[in-house]
Design a protein around this ligand. Structure first.
Ligand code: PMP
Length: 322
């Protein structure tokens, strides 16, 4: 298993960092969609599996279980397929249709929950189902992206180190949050290298991660209906919340300005950056980096579908009127 895993390692990380023209800041984008299966989440998937295999916690007949309707599930499914071990993702109706098809093609079995939890999301229901499966299936292993310290380690050693080594100085890093793995690992590694860097967490309105009230959310990847344990490790200076309608604007704006075809969290960070620096004046242009955790193609039915966007805008007008 270890040899097969090492061969996959060549496709994890070392993603491009590109400089973008901007009127007031020195802006860089880290293109995480260049990773295997198109997202940042292959980094923790790879690292968590590798460390559990090396320590003997995962063997050839282990069944891997994870709550993920998105990139982490796709990454785990791909790696488990390559390793020849069983994988069961627990998904929910917010999943984009192409991801569901892909998971069904790559996984041993797919579990889909249908009931919203008390916060209006599906996460808590998904986690309940994971716990049931762990009780039902012998030799099962929950990779647990929300609580596994190797989610932190993957980003501390991988993405965090790549960023730390790419800059001679850095003033701001904008990082979208869901499980909290990326921001915890990257923030700690960047603060080690650049003690004055400001870490800006980017979240969706309606996510409860930073203590704001829950609201129905439709764009996967960013935000959460619970506060993940792993976030305890993060060092965060500012939090910016973005409405989903503005996430869409950010995605289109980024494509128009820089030809980067990003997923939801990418557009969310790009929108957050425009707002954050709008009225700020600096003597010296600050160096700012943001992440592009996945690309736009998986969002062809949602963010990049004009009919879906119109429905989202209509829903948000109704909400703000009521
Ligand atoms: N952006 C995208 C597209 C993601 O899939 C995720 C993970 N769900 C994130 C951002 C947030 O990453 P993390 O889980 O490490 O907080």
């Amino acid at each position: 298993m270890i040899e097969k895993l090492s061969s996959i390692g060549n496709f994890v990380g070392k993603t491009p960092l590109v400089h973008l023209e901007h009127p007031t800041i020195d802006l860089y984008a880290k293109l995480e969609f260049h990773n295997l299966m198109g997202s940042v989440k292959v980094r923790p998937a790879y690292y968590i599996l590798k460390s559990a295999i090396e320590s003997g916690r995962i063997t050839q007949d282990t069944t891997i279980i994870e709550s993920s309707s998105g990139n982490f599930g796709i990454a785990l499914a791909t790696l488990c397929k390559r390793l020849g071990i069983k994988f069961i993702p627990v998904i929910d109706p917010n999943i984009n249709p192409s991801y569901e098809n892909l998971l069904r093609a790559l996984s041993y079995r797919v579990e889909k929950v249908e009931v919203r939890d008390k916060t209006g999301g599906f996460l808590l229901t998904r986690v309940d189902r994971v716990n049931e499966l762990l009780r039902e299936i012998p030799n099962s292993f929950w990779t647990n992206q929300y609580g596994n310290i190797d989610n932190f380690n993957a980003h501390f050693k991988g993405l965090g180190t790549e960023l730390a080594e790419s800059f001679d100085e850095l003033d701001y890093a904008f990082i979208g949050v869901s499980s909290g793995g990326t921001i915890s690992g990257v923030s700690r590694r960047l603060k080690e290298q650049f003690p004055n860097v400001r870490i800006v967490a980017v979240d969706s309105v309606g996510s409860v991660i930073f203590g704001t009230p829950p609201k129905k959310r439709y764009i996967p990847g960013i935000g959460s209906s619970m506060v993940p344990d792993i976030l305890r490790e993060a060092v965060i200076d500012d939090v910016v919340h973005v409405e989903e309608t503005d996430t869409v604007k950010g995605c289109y704006q980024l494509f128009e300005d820089h030809c980067i075809f990003g997923g939801g969290s990418t557009g969310t960070s790009y929108f957050a950056i425009q707002e954050y620096f709008k009225d700020k004046v600096f003597e010296k242009r600050p160096k700012v980096v943001f992440l592009c955790p996945d690309g736009g193609t998986p969002y062809a039915d949602t963010v990049y579908n004009p009919v879906w966007v119109k429905e989202l805008n209509d829903k948000s007008t109704v909400q703000s009127l009521s």
